[in-house]
Design a protein around this ligand. Structure first.
Ligand code: PGA
Length: 248
């Protein structure tokens, strides 16, 4: 039985006071939902202040690919995330790939940096609309997934969550059909099985992201190979996020 995972990816949204009030709600709600793992990824600028009270609920939206400290203006070191007691790091999000030109090579280095320091990775993958229309989404996701699979001969299912997020579904209100979502999740699980064996593949969590909201969460989360969600827009308000968490 896999423990469901829900991430709130706030991207570049919310001010300190909104973030605090949301996390206070979540803190009150979390013990009631010990069977689910809920992680919030706030803007990096608030991570330090928020970590004083809520570090067990927090993940980082980014980390430098360089291990240790370095002269890299504007970047955040893995050591600094460890210092704050942050548990998870989001890696490979399509917005980082597209707007900050993060290549599969840089993404592999980031994964390596995080796993080496025993933090956990939420690894994002997913295809553009062109790739989907050309029917190449399975091979596309497989290439992206190799960044993860090439890290070691066997993945640690406790250390990794995979988020399948078709780019054309992010923030658009469009989603693949439920069958399409399950098919690609099952395919990702089969790639993990071929690489790391049955035990790891049956335990690893594969979550869906891309216009997941209060109206579709229940159906998406009931798909056999979907273990939760990575939620953007619908995670910005406590009430809608709360309903999504309850849909699991
Ligand atoms: P969305 O974003 O829920 O707003 O589509 C999801 C994501 O980018 O992680």
């Amino acid at each position: 039985m896999r423990k469901p995972f829900i991430g709130a990816n706030w991207k570049m949204n919310l001010l300190n006071r909104d973030a605090r009030s949301f996390l206070q709600h979540l803190q009150n709600f979390a013990p009631l939902n010990a069977q689910k793992e809920i992680v919030v990824f706030p803007s990096m600028v608030y991570l330090s202040a928020l970590s004083e009270h809520f570090n067990h609920l927090l993940g980082a939206q980014n980390v430098s690919h360089i291990k240790g400290f370095s002269s890299l203006t504007g970047e955040t070191s893995i050591e600094q995330l460890i210092d704050l007691g942050i548990g998870y790091v989001l890696i490979g999000h399509s917005e980082r790939r597209e707007y900050y030109f993060e290549s599969n090579e840089i993404i592999s280095q980031k994964i390596n940096t995080v796993l080496n320091k025993n933090l956990k990775v939420v690894f994002c993958c997913g295809e553009s609309l062109d790739v989907r229309n050309e029917g190449r989404h399975f091979e596309w996701v497989e290439t992206q997934l190799n960044c993860l699979l090439n890290q070691s001969p066997s993945l640690d299912s406790e250390q990794i969550v995979i988020a399948y997020e078709p780019i054309w579904a992010i923030g658009t209100g469009k989603t693949p059909t439920y069958d399409e979502i399950n098919d690609i999740h099952a395919y990702i699980r089969s790639l993990i099985r071929n690489h790391s064996g049955e035990q790891v593949s049956s335990k690893i969590r594969i979550v869906y992201g891309g216009s997941c909201n209060e109206s579709n969460a229940n159906e998406i989360f009931s798909l056999p190979d979907v273990d939760g969600g990575l939620i953007g827009g619908a995670s910005l308000e406590w009430n809608s996020f709360f309903n999504i968490c309850n849909a699991l």
